[in-house]
Design a protein around this ligand. Sequence first.
Ligand code: NAD
Ligand code: WQD
Length: 335
Amino acid sequence: MTILVTGGAGYIGSHTVIQLLESGNDVIVLDNLCNANPEVFNRIEKICNRRPAFIEGDVRNAVLLDTIFSNNQIDSVIHFAGLKAVGESVANPVLYYQNNVAGSITLFEVMQQHGCKKVVFSSSATVYGDPASIPVTESSPYAPANPYGTSKMMVENILTDLHISDNNWQVALLRYFNPVGAHPSGLIGEDPKGIPNNLMPFVTQVASGQLEKLSIFGGDYPTQDGTGVRDYIHVQDLARGHLKALEALAENHGCAAYNLGTGVGYSVLDVVNTFMQENQLDIAYQIVERRAGDVAEYYADPSFSSDRLGWKAEHSLKDMVRDHWNWQKNNPEGY
Ligand code: NAD
Ligand code: WQD
């Protein structure tokens, strides 16, 4: 089976490509490399003795997409390609709607023209905003709090409408919680450009001495220790969720949204303390003001994904901090 993976050179995409190749699929990656390094393909080859076909290009390029679909028998698409920095989306919303929404529309148009109607979409728990109750189920209302989150909601709406218009469209909307960790080989992992925004890459860069100190945003939340609580999920579990979603599409399950989280919330201090214990390292930190726009606490109710996809996260927080550090330690400058 041939699967087109947009954004397959990126963090979550590359881990998924490995599992697709290991399961015997043929994979074509389309990525414009705006947030990725082609070295990732050498690493993928080291891990699975195969590499995916790679086309450097943009999902907004309809002519290129048409050529790809004309030249290949593509069964389904996993659509990772997108921009994901919340702050940047607030500063430059048009860029986010152009890349994430217009790019998706172009892709779906070309898929429709070629009769390819199976798609797994990278959505985000960010579509829930500050949820009214936790754990968060898939029926919680949409309440995105920034243009990035709105762009994910819009693409979810477009795909839902496509399925209503033509129920041959098989759609899985995967709402990721907080992806962390890396492939256990330490050969591929998250490679953020500049100073990381997210907690785990910041922690690993403090551990490697590239950054001096972690600022913990807020110590006065109504949580177990006052710091923010999230549902961190190992990228390997997340990648496996995509293979399970493809199986569901093959069985004509229709169009549905799935939470991909563990169902367990950990605080920032839980993450930092587990990182220090597991890796036998010290992390300098200080507790500072809350970060604007942050939510105190949320974690998934993953029971629908378990029932409908037969998918459950298997990795512990210890696995996440160990594997993320193993990647950072072996690749202090990234790829
Ligand atoms: P990433 O930046 O590592 O991967 C995205 C990839 O898409 C990159 O390789 C980038 O070069 C490529 N890309 C971006 N725009 C493109 C375009 N117009 N045409 C072709 N390629 C393009 O990010 P990631 O963490 O792997 O995230 C993958 C997807 O999952 C994104 O859609 C993101 O919004 C979503 N997501 C990520 C997280 C997270 O915290 N990492 C959480 C929820 C959802
Ligand atoms: C986690 C916790 C911070 C950095 C973001 C996006 C979301 C999704 C995942 C794509 C929070 C605290 C962080 C630091 C800290 N991405 N923190 N010091 O904010 O839950 O989610 O990434 O869809 O859309 O918003 O993740 O890793 O930034 O923060 O104390 O230097 O760590 O306050 O409690 P977040 P994060």
